[in-house]
Design a protein around this ligand. Structure first.
Ligand code: 5GP
Ligand code: SF4
Ligand code: MG
Length: 450
């Protein structure tokens, strides 16, 4: 998911709209905006991409100088309107609205307890648990109630809470999901990624620290360290796949990191080939790095149809037009008779690689070698990225040789965890659990429901 918030001197709904559009890659299932006019919160949520969710809606009718927004990628609970965020509610502590990126690993457990005590849930998403815990707290101040709620939940959360007169931005104690602070002509902005700051013309101030609660109100920004004592575990998949290449985390540009990963892959798993191609769009940076390192021409071996949205109807099994055929087409003249290296960012189920190898071979490629700019994904993510259940992961069932066979590649190589750290440019402080199984937070399998 993606979150965005701003406290301004002027009406914020249009700014939030564009902030969300620039975070669209983080979630396409639903979008929503909540604003406060100083007294109370109004909201609008809808299904689909941001422009679909706000189609035929007068954005100016959301009046207020402070507000938050959310784009949703369902990792918990279905992709229905009822689960769209921000989630707005009233409780003893007032009117508030909540936008959450991440996944809680003990939400099922807490929800069961709360339901047994009579709590009525409106949604099936894990974020509502946070709302109930805040509402039930016996503390009289909101900050205290939030701290008490957060001390009961475990997992990944970058959280924005809007009240009638302030925005609170909180990052879980391990900093698993990103959250950055920006400055737009003296106004404070918070967003999942720096690309959203660039889009609206804001400057990056810094990241919200793991375990920090930043409060933005009329008087500016204040910081509270509310949850401490945990090791940082920023999601390495943000660098590998999820984030936009023009964003930066911890001072490192995502495109540059991906290019580095491609270079390391080339250095440590070299081969002779005629062309290198990426799989648009997610692996283009890594493919460029790979080609540069081995001095092999980088070619646009695959062209993507950019108009295939999520709305397209999947053809039936018997239909020869598969999803990948519609989405990607090899450039035959480029690949015919050539030894092709196809660089992708990751293999999850193996569906994409298998189809692309077959497309390239049908287009006349003499050999297709696959290089993956991340380690083998062997374990499911419980922390906010949909990497499938364990049984569906190709690397969980097969070693690299068997995987190569399964996808039809002439050779296949992955990075190691160490090479991943090297490419990102740090020694520690990353989550790599989907590769190693060492989760930064104790997990139970029930926390994952797709
Ligand atoms: P596979 O086809 O092996 O299941 O998935 C790998 C492909 O999907 C890669 O091309 C990668 O760019 C993309 N991918 C990796 N992780 C994710 C994810 O969490 N969600 C989605 N929708 N795609 C992913
Ligand atoms: Fe990211 Fe993988 Fe950790 Fe999930 S398990 S938070 S995808 S590194
Ligand atoms: Mg891809």
């Amino acid at each position: 998911c993606g979150v965005f918030g701003i406290f301004s001197k002027e009406s914020v709904a249009p700014i939030i709209y564009y902030g969300l559009v620039s975070l669209q890659h983080r979630g396409q299932e639903s979008a929503g905006i909540s604003v406060s006019n100083g007294d109370y919160i109004t909201e609008k949520r809808g299904l689909g991409l941001v422009d679909e969710a706000f189609k035929d809606y007068e954005i100016g009718s959301l009046k207020g100088r402070l507000g938050i927004g959310h784009v949703r990628y369902a990792t918990f609970g279905g992709g229905t309107l009822i689960n769209a965020q921000p989630l707005t509610f009233n409780c003893r502590l007032g009117n508030m609205s909540l936008a959450h990126n991440g996944n809680l690993v003990n939400a099922v457990e807490i929800r069961k307890q709360l339901e047994q005590q009579g709590t009525i849930f409106q949604t099936t998403n894990d974020s509502e648990v946070i709302a109930h815990l805040i509402a039930r707290s016996t503390t009289d101040d909101l900050e205290g109630a939030i701290v008490s709620a957060l001390s009961q939940i475990r997992g990944a959360y970058s959280l924005l809470i809007l009240t009638p007169d302030k925005i609170m931005a909180i990052r879980d104690p391990r900093g698993i999901r990103p959250l950055v602070i920006g400055n737009l002509d003296g106004d404070f902005v918070v967003a999942s990624e720096t690309c959203a700051l660039d889009t609206i013309g804001a400057d990056l101030v810094r990241e919200v620290e793991p375990g920090e609660m930043v409060i933005i109100d009329e008087s500016g920004l204040t910081s509270n360290k509310i949850l401490t004592g945990k090791k940082n575990a920023f999601c390495s998949f943000e660098y590998i796949y999820f984030a936009r290449p023009d964003s930066e985390f911890q001072g490192k540009n995502v495109h540059v990191v991906r290019k580095n990963l491609g270079k390391i892959l080339a250095k440590n798993y070299p081969l002779e080939a005629d062309i290198v191609t990426g799989v648009p769009d997610s692996s283009l940076s890594a493919a460029a790095g790979f080609a540069e390192q081995l001095n092999i021409p980088y070619e646009m071996g695959l062209v993507r149809n950019r108009y295939i949205g999520r709305t397209f109807i999947k053809p039936s099994q018997e239909n020869r037009i598969t999803g990948v055929n519609l989405k990607l087409n090899p450039v035959k003249q480029l690949v015919k008779g050539k030894r092709v290296v196809m660089v992708d960012d990751s293999i999850v189920r193996g569906t994409t690689s298998k189809r692309i190898v077959s497309l390239l071979k049908k287009a006349g490629a003499k050999e297709v070698h696959v290089r993956i700019a991340s380690p083998t994904v062997k374990y499911p993510c419980h922390l906010g990225i949909d990497t499938s259940s364990k049984g569906e992961l190709l690397a969980n069932k097969k070693n690299v040789e068997a995987m190569a066979k399964a996808i039809g590649a002439d050779s296949l190589a992955f990075l190691t965890e160490k090479e991943l750290y090297l490419g990102i440019g740090c020694k520690e402080g990353l989550c790599t659990a989907c590769f190693t199984g060492e989760y930064p937070v104790p997990v139970k399998s029930e926390s994952k429901s797709k």
